[in-house]
Design a protein around this ligand. Structure first.
Ligand code: SF4
Length: 272
């Protein structure tokens, strides 16, 4: 499974020969990443690489379909939710039959019919945890104390997958796109904090009003690899729960991967 389109692009000979019916290798790489094409449609890929990835469809695609299905079910449930009462629990505002929340500091409004009004790029990876939050948040005041994902109620058995899909890819982004990582507070309206767990970079982001997220990054040092951990406010068991916290962490990383893909396009275009 590819983490982003640039990983696919690096496997191609980058000649833009168009034999795959795409105008560029980047366009082809993007479609393989999105699960719309398989790598073996490029005749120029090394046979050894094809043995490994050949006709595999990138699994992102099937998980996207599952997310869409789950989203349709949640929107139905949202139709039965009292949004005025939900606004009190979720740190949102209710006006004109709409519940408005701040997602990463930007306005995101929901109506009972599932209609979403926002200028944020909405993907199921973002919308799913937001609607679940509206339905399930208990409105417990923030404690200001941080807890790791695995300390959230019922999250322990999901931690391996969380590390694989959120912390590790984010660590890789921090290692390879350090400037972008340092700019996350600007891009997502967060703030940098100091002296947290002796980390080199510590960022607080607010994906949901009652569920702030702390990201700590330790840069690589002589003989030691870098490290990255994601923490939540210790009220997260009541205000989010394991599934929402999982969805927020992994969804955020997917958004970033798309962003690094855009950067990758720029870098590759600049060189090609
Ligand atoms: S066939 Fe392969 S090398 Fe040619 S444009 Fe498509 S991806 Fe690039």
């Amino acid at each position: 499974m590819f983490a982003n389109a640039m990983e696919v692009f690096k496997l191609l000979d980058q000649s833009n020969c168009r034999k795959c019916n795409e105008t560029t290798c980047l366009a082809f790489a993007s479609k393989v990443f999105l699960g719309q094409k398989t790598l073996d449609l490029c005749p120029a890929v090394d046979p050894e690489i094809l043995k490994r990835y050949g006709g595999q469809v990138n699994k992102n695609n099937s998980s996207d379909a599952e997310m869409e299905k789950a989203l349709a079910e949640l929107k139905e449930e949202l139709g039965r939710c009292d949004l005025e009462e939900a606004a009190r629990r979720t740190g949102g505002k209710f006006q004109n039959n709409r519940l408005t929340l701040k997602i990463f500091g930007r306005l995101f409004s929901l109506e009972n019919g599932g209609r979403i009004i926002t200028d944020i790029h909405t993907t199921p990876w973002l919308v799913l945890p937001v609607i679940s939050y509206v339905l399930d948040c208990k409105g417990v005041p923030l404690t200001g104390k941080w807890t790791s994902f695995r300390e959230i109620e019922n999250a322990r058995e999901k931690y391996g997958l969380f590390a694989q899909r959120a912390e590790k890819p984010l660590q890789k982004i921090a290692d390879t796109h350090t400037a972008l990582f340092e700019d996350l507070t600007l891009i997502f309206n967060g703030r940098e904090v100091e002296n947290v767990y002796e980390s080199d970079i510590a960022l607080v982001l607010e994906p949901l009003p009652m569920v702030p997220m702390l990201i700590c990054y330790w840069k690589p040092e002589e003989g030691m690899e870098s490290d990255l951990r994601i923490f939540y406010d210790s009220s997260a068991s009541a205000n989010a729960g394991a599934d929402i916290a999982f969805g927020l962490g992994t969804g955020f990383v997917r958004m970033l991967e798309r962003l690094t893909l855009t950067h990758g396009w720029q870098e590759a275009s600049a060189h090609g």
